[in-house]
Design a protein around this ligand. Structure first.
Ligand code: AHR
Ligand code: AHR
Length: 481
C-alpha cells in the first residue's frame, strides 16, 4: 500500500497528494508533474514508471536534454484536481512579472528512491506554488492531517517554507486562517531547542513549536537529510510529529490543545494549498519538497506510523548533483566562453568585479592570475564545488543579487551557499554549465561580457533567452597560472 491507501484505510483519506518523486496511491499511474523547457516553451507530463511507482526521471532528462526545464504543475493524485501551480502575487509580490513567484528548476533536487532516479522540488527564495480554488480541503475548525518529506539540510530563516492549508486570497486574513507545515530557522515567532531548523505549524501570524508562542524546547533541531514532517489539527487539538524519512519511526514533538493566543481556537482555516511560501505569499524562504499529502479528518498516530514505514521503504537516498566533464577538487582551472563572439575570452576578476577578458599564453602574469581558479569542495555542499581565486586566497566566486562577484568568505551560511556551484554538462554541448547551488535555475553567464547568474528567459536583462545556451557553456581548461 502507498501513503494515501494507508490514510484511506485509517478513515482519513487524502484530499490532496503531491509528489514529483513517486505515486502516493498504489493504483496511481497518471501525471505526477509537468515540466516546461526553455528551448521552445513545450511542456510534458511526467508519470510513474508503473502504477504506484517512482517517477520516470529518464523521460524528463530526455525532454529537457540540451536546455533548461521548470516544474510548472505538481498534479494532485487524489482525483480532486487540487494541483499546485505558480503562486500568484498576494500580500507580497514574487519576482516574476505581475508579482508571481518563480517556478522551480526541474533538476535542482535529484535523489534516488530504491535506486531509481527522481527529482524533488528545490525551492529557492522567490519560488512558490499554490492553489486557491481547491476542493475538499478542511475549512473552519474542521479536522485535517498532512505530512511532507523534506530535505532537512535545505532551509533558511526567512518566512516561510510551508506546505499546507492557507488563505484563498493569498493575503494575511488573520490568526487561525492557516494550518501548514513550516520548516526552517525563522525565529520571528516560535523556536524549538538548539539552533534549528525546526518543524513548526504555521497557523498565520505565528509559527508554533508547541502550545505557547515563543520557545518550546520539546521541538527538536532537525539534522536528518530526509525528514518526515507532520502537522495535524482538529477542534482544540493539534500535533507536530517528525522522523528521519530514511529510517526509524515518528516522534511526537507536541500534541495538545490549541494555542491560547487569541484567534487560534476555533480555527478559521480557508483551505487553499501552498508550497514554499507563507499564507500572504511571503517568499523569502528556501527548502526542498519531495512528497506530501493533506487528509480529510485527523489521522491516528497509528495510521501516520504506517505511512512513515512506507516512506522508509521507499528508500530516499542522495545522488550526484553534477554532470558533464569532471571539474576535480584540487585542480586549477580557467573557464573559456563558447559563444561565437567570445571564444578567446576567459572568466576573470578585477578586484571584486567578474567579467570575461581576452587571455592568451602571452598575457601578463597579473591577468593570467585573475583568470585562474582553484577548485575546492563546495562550501555549502561537498557534492558541488567552489572557485577560489588564485591571486586572492580566501576569496571565492559568489553571487549577490544574481551578479557574480569575487568576495572574501565571511563564513556565513549565506556566503557558502552563494559560493557553491554544481557543474552540469554544457547546455550547448560544450564543456560545462556552472549551475548555482542555491538557485538551480541559474548558471554562470557572460552578458555584455559581465558575469551574472542567469535563468533562461527570466526577468532580468541578463536572463535573456537569446544565446542563453552558448552564454552559459564554458570550456574548463588547466589554469593560465
Ligand atoms: O504565520 C507566519 C506568516 O505570517 C504567514 O505564513 C504569513 O501569511 C504571515 O506573514
Ligand atoms: O544572488 C542572489 C541573492 O542575493 C544571494 O543569495 C544573496 O546573497 C543576495 O541577497
Amino acid at each position: 500500500a502507498a501513503p494515501c491507501d494507508i490514510f484511506a484505510s485509517g478513515g482519513t483519506p487524502c484530499v490532496a497528494a503531491h509528489s514529483t518523486t513517486r505515486a502516493l496511491f498504489s493504483a496511481f499511474n497518471g501525471a505526477l508533474y509537468q515540466v516546461k523547457r526553455g528551448s521552445d516553451g513545450a511542456t510534458t507530463n511526467i508519470a510513474p514508471l508503473s502504477a504506484g511507482g517512482v517517477a520516470n526521471a529518464a523521460a524528463q532528462d530526455s525532454f529537457c536534454s540540451g536546455t533548461t526545464c521548470l516544474i510548472t504543475t505538481i498534479f494532485d493524485q487524489s482525483g480532486r484536481g487540487n494541483h499546485l501551480t505558480q503562486a500568484p502575487a498576494g500580500g507580497f509580490n514574487g519576482p516574476e512579472s505581475n508579482g508571481a513567484d518563480n517556478l522551480a528548476s526541474a533538476t535542482g533536487a535529484p535523489v534516488t528512491l530504491n535506486g531509481q532516479k527522481a527529482y524533488g522540488v528545490f525551492i529557492s527564495p522567490g519560488t512558490g506554488y499554490r492553489n486557491n480554488a481547491v476542493s475538499g480541503i478542511a475549512t473552519g475548525d474542521a479536522a485535517e492531517g498532512m505530512y511532507a518529506v523534506l530535505d532537512g539540510t535545505h532551509f533558511n530563516g526567512a518566512c516561510c517554507f510551508d506546505y499546507g492549508n492557507a488563505e484563498t486570497n493569498s493575503r494575511d486574513t488573520g490568526n487561525g486562517h492557516m494550518e501548514a507545515i513550516y520548516f526552517g530557522t525563522s525565529t520571528t515567532w516560535g523556536t524549538g531547542s538548539g539552533s534549528g531548523p525546526w518543524l513548526m505549524a504555521d497557523l498565520e501570524n505565528g509559527l508554533f513549536s508547541g502550545n505557547t508562542t515563543g520557545n518550546n524546547p520539546s521541538d527538536p533541531t532537525i539534522t536528518n537529510r530526509f525528514f518526515t514532517a507532520i502537522v495535524k489539527g482538529q477542534p482544540n487539538h493539534w500535533a507536530l510529529r517528525g522522523a528521519n524519512a530514511a529510517s526509524g519511526s515518528l516522534s511526537t514533538f507536541y500534541s495538545g490543545v490549541r494555542p491560547t493566543a487569541s484567534g487560534y481556537n476555533p480555527m478559521k482555516k480557508e483551505g487553499a494549498i501552498i508550497l514554499g511560501i507563507g499564507g500572504d505569499n511571503s517568499n523569502g524562504a528556501q527548502g526542498t519538497f519531495y512528497e506530501g499529502v493533506m487528509t480529510s479528518g485527523f489521522p491516528s498516530d497509528a495510521t501516520e506510523n504506517s505511512v512513515q514505514a512506507n516512506i522508509v521503504a521507499a528508500k530516499y537516498a542522495t545522488t550526484s548533483l553534477v554532470s558533464g566533464p569532471a571539474i576535480s577538487v584540487g585542480s586549477s582551472v580557467s573557464l573559456r566562453a563558447t559563444t561565437a563572439c567570445c571564444t578567446t575570452r576567459f572568466l576573470a576578476h578585477s578586484g571584486t568585479a567578474v567579467a570575461t577578458q581576452v587571455v592568451t599564453s602571452s598575457s601578463n602574469s597579473t591577468l593570467k592570475q585573475q583568470a585562474s581558479w582553484t577548485v575546492v569542495s563546495g562550501l555549502a555542499n561537498g557534492g558541488c564545488i567552489s572557485f577560489q581565486s588564485k591571486d586572492t586566497p580566501g576569496s571565492f566566486l559568489r553571487h549577490n543579487n544574481f551578479v557574480l562577484l569575487l568576495n572574501a568568505n565571511d563564513g556565513s551560511k549565506q556566503f557558502k551557499e552563494d559560493a557553491t556551484f554544481c557543474p552540469q554538462a554544457g547546455l550547448n554541448g560544450q564543456g560545462n554549465s556552472i549551475r548555482s547551488f542555491n538557485y538551480p535555475t541559474r548558471y554562470f553567464r557572460h552578458f555584455d561580457n559581465n558575469l551574472d547568474i542567469a535563468s533562461n528567459g527570466g526577468v532580468h536583462t541578463f536572463d535573456a533567452a537569446a544565446s542563453f545556451n552558448d552564454d552559459v557553456s564554458w570550456v574548463v581548461t588547466s589554469s593560465f597560472a
